[in-house]
Design a binder for this molecule. Structure first.
Ligand SMILES: [Mn+2]
Length: 397
């Protein structure tokens, strides 16, 4: 283990702090609404009724962490009449509108798929929604459109797997053509669910192949919860970064399936390994353009603290990744010293980086412990008292 006092004295942590200061983590609007499983959504007092209240809550996460200045929207959950007005509202709260997430999975028409549906009328309807999301991006000034398709089949023979790929490619190309020069399309994959036999974009390879065909503005989004158990996600990160096709992360923690829990909760070591590959592959540099987003739902824990904890978990993993002694690692790798190489790697992971982050926050004029500071602020009690009546935001609303 490293001696942190020594580390600070050497000025090492200062260098790391400068890099940690530039980190940006986007929080999702839906994390502030009610959520649950297919069995039950547990409502929480104080949950936002409007997208403006979601923005207010996201602003709290940024106020206490200093690294979460944008909020991702989900259309139609966050549908409003005036998106440039909404962007101004976000600005007045100290935030900006980030990624626009499309939704072609919650309409009765999409039972057999959206853009891959055998019915051309339904495909056109799904495409219209995706194009509408680009219109919204124009109004909010958003750079990224996130596409996730629930499309797939439940039974062998249900539909033609190959024809569905053709329909998917056709829709993606139409959306791609609509993008402005500074806009990007992020294609997210997911192994299964809600489809249980085939999924039309099941893995990073499928997403990657479609993105290569589309062009430079199409990139892959890695949702950390969307893989088979045992998948080496850091390998995927390394591969996509090398190919210039890693566009974004949807961070969350999973244990069994797509659990969407607080990132770094079940496996902080995996998050460290992922962040190491990000740093190694140049993905941490601002010009790499990687969007670091949370895609989470807080079903049983309070939502704002859940987001603050998640942001802190990403910061901790990043700090450890930045601590890896790359020269010592490269030397051990060159000489084939397996144990020494692993030691260098583990040495960084085992370092307690909390003092570094406390120092960083002090430098930034923040409290050392964002979660404790939020809990002392009285905001949680205030929203419970004020947000009475109306319809709480949540899944499908
Ligand atoms: Mn996701």
């Amino acid at each position: 283990m490293r001696d942190l006092d020594e580390e600070t004295a050497m000025g090492v942590s200062t260098g790391i702090n400068q890099r940690l200061r530039t980190q940006r983590i986007e929080t999702p609007s839906w994390a502030y609404g009610n959520s649950g499983t297919r069995f039950k959504v547990f409502a929480q007092p104080g949950v936002p009724r409007t997208v403006e209240e979601k923005i207010d809550d996201a602003a709290q996460v940024h106020a206490f962490t200093g690294v979460a200045p944008s909020i991702a929207l989900h259309i139609p959950w966050d549908k409003v009449d005036d998106y440039s007005g909404l962007a101004k509202y976000a600005e007045s709260a100290g935030l900006r509108i980030g990624t626009i997430n499309s939704n072609v999975f919650q309409d009765d028409d999409y039972k057999l798929g959206s853009v891959t549906n055998p019915d051309p009328r339904i495909r056109a309807k799904a495409l219209d929604h995706l194009l509408e999301c680009v219109d919204i991006m124009d109004a909010t000034g958003s750079r990224d459109l996130k596409l996730w398709f629930s499309d797939g089949t439940n039974y062998p023979g249900q539909d033609d797997i190959r024809a569905r790929q053709d329909r998917l490619a056709e829709a993606l190309a139409a959306v791609y053509r609509r993008l402005g020069p500074h806009q990007r399309m992020l294609l997210e994959y997911k192994l299964f669910e809600p489809a249980f036999y085939t999924t039309d974009v099941p893995d990073w390879g499928t997403a990657y192949a479609h993105c290569v065909e589309l062009g430079e503005q199409a990139q892959v989004c890695v949702d950390t919860g969307h893989h088979a158990p045992g998948t080496n996600i850091e390998f995927i990160v390394a591969f996509l970064l090398r190919a210039g096709k890693l566009g974004a992360f949807d961070f969350n923690s999973r244990f069994y399936a797509d659990d969407d829990l607080m990132v770094g909760a079940a496996d902080p070591f995996q998050l460290f390994r992922i962040m190491y590959e990000v740093v190694r592959g140049g993905g941490y540099e601002a010009d790499a353009g990687i969007a670091f987003m949370l895609d989470q739902c807080h079903n049983i824990e309070p939502k704002i603290p859940g987001q603050i904890r998640s942001v802190c978990n990403v910061q901790e993993a990043t700090a450890k990744a930045l601590l890896v002694d790359s020269e010592a690692l490269a030397a051990a790798q060159r000489t084939g010293d397996v144990i020494a190489a692993n030691d260098v790697f583990m040495d960084a992971y085992k370092t307690d980086v909390r003092p570094i982050l406390a120092e960083l926050r002090t430098e930034m004029g923040l409290e050392e412990d964002p979660l404790a500071a939020y809990q002392r602020s009285g905001y949680a009690e205030r929203i419970v008292a004020e947000r009475v009546g109306g319809h709480q935001a949540g899944w499908g609303a």
